[in-house]
Design a protein around this ligand. Structure first.
Ligand SMILES: [Zn+2]
Length: 87
């Protein structure tokens, strides 16, 4: 059981967070911003905790994802359908 990234509550939280923090924390761009969980949910992070979120652009989100072997797509879902999220 993974976190349900298609949950309407997550979409709402993500949109709110993106409005409040429109820039990538790494490079400062406002393009293709993804909302990332600082502490991964699988590592015990709270998916609903505002303080556990950060804005990352697509490329920096990818860097983080790849480093954890879990690249995520636009919506915050992993691109890899074999990911543990889908199991
Ligand atoms: Zn960036």
């Amino acid at each position: 059981m993974g976190f349900n990234y298609s949950h309407p509550r997550w979409h709402k939280l993500r949109d709110l967070y993106r409005k409040a923090h429109p820039r990538c924390v790494t490079c400062g761009t406002t393009k293709n911003i993804h909302i990332d969980h600082i502490k991964e949910i699988r590592d015990g992070g709270n998916p609903w905790d505002w303080n556990n979120l950060q804005s990352l652009c697509a490329s920096h989100h990818n860097v983080k994802g790849k480093s954890k072997n879990n690249p995520c797509g636009e919506s915050g879902e992993p691109n890899d359908k074999d990911s543990h999220w889908y199991k």
